[in-house]
Design a protein around this ligand. Structure first.
Ligand SMILES: [Zn+2]
Length: 293
């Protein structure tokens, strides 16, 4: 197997389904995607867990939109949210853009469309009409689930207007919790590592990037980086709800856990976050790319 970023041969990683590239640090997973397969208990739990994340996601989406608006062309109007899930990003973005979402999970997509949000069922780019194009294309926790990421990036380039923006919000392999999970996996405890790859869920992660190798990959598909930053994976706002949603704990232990996590937030901010967020601009044909450091 070749690295999707630099084409170097991939080495076996920490499990039989995990691979890593010693040349650029890209990590991949041979995990099968089973969206719209019959839902089992785990998938339903996942929907509930998502609700616990709503507050964190909405805060992060506001930060993303602030950066997008700063870098978008003044005339930018049309925004596509690929894998829009519950429509939380669409709800925030529709204040500034003409938004549209695509969602492959029929149950989630129908639920979102029933709230009056413009959601089309299916996959990107197949769900689009041949002549549809956009000024901004956003992937919130989505690009790391797409096996043929090269084809997805080429489709983004084809569907973006001149100087259009590609926005990627995704897990960071340099993140504190991911690195911790790899240490645990080496010691034989695989649960946190499997969880971060979303192994056994209908749509597991199949890629793990860091800011550098992501930039290398995207540049090969005709994009120049305009912003690279990170978003917190924990925020004080909504934290209590999130903890209450994730476990079956209650009473005093719930409050103690909340307090412990709340106190850890300032400490965690000293380490790289597990969520990175990058904005790229579609380059013009023949445009010289900036030399990457
Ligand atoms: Zn590589």
């Amino acid at each position: 197997m070749q690295c999707v970023v630099c084409s170097a041969p991939q080495s076996r990683g920490l499990t039989d389904w995990h691979t890593s590239c010693t040349a650029c640090g890209y990590e991949g997973a041979a995990l099968a995607v089973k969206i719209n397969a019959k839902r089992d208990g785990a998938a339903v739990d996942e929907l509930e867990r998502e609700v616990g994340l709503k507050s964190l996601r909405q805060e992060n989406f506001r930060d993303i939109l602030h950066v997008v608006r700063k870098h978008a062309q003044p005339q930018a109007r049309r925004l596509l949210d690929v894998g829009c899930a519950h429509g939380w990003f669409l709800e925030t973005a529709k204040e500034y853009f003409d938004v549209m979402g695509i969602e492959p999970d029929a149950v989630v997509g129908n639920r979102t469309a029933s709230r009056g949000l413009p959601v089309r069922p299916g996959y990107f780019p197949d769900a689009l009409a041949p002549d549809e194009s956009f000024d901004v294309i956003v992937f919130n926790d989505v690009i790391e689930h797409i096996p043929d990421i090269a084809a997805a990036l080429d489709a983004c380039r084809a569907r973006l207007s001149e100087n259009g923006l590609l926005v990627l919000n995704l897990p960071n392999s340099r993140g504190f919790f991911y690195r911790l999970s790899t240490i645990f996996a080496r010691l034989g405890w695989h649960n946190p590592f499997n969880r971060l790859w979303q192994k056994d869920l209908p749509s597991p992660h199949v890629h793990y990037f860091n800011p550098r190798n992501l930039q290398l990959l995207v540049a090969r598909h005709g994009f120049a980086g305009v912003y690279s930053g990170q978003l917190p994976s924990l925020r004080a706002k909504g934290l209590f709800e999130r903890i209450r949603c994730t476990g079956d704990i209650s009473g005093l232990s719930l409050y103690l856990q909340y307090l412990a996590v709340l106190c850890s937030i300032p400490v965690l901010s000293a380490f790289p976050s597990d969520i990175m967020f990058c904005v790229f601009r579609k380059t013009n044909p023949g445009e010289a790319l900036p030399v990457m450091k």
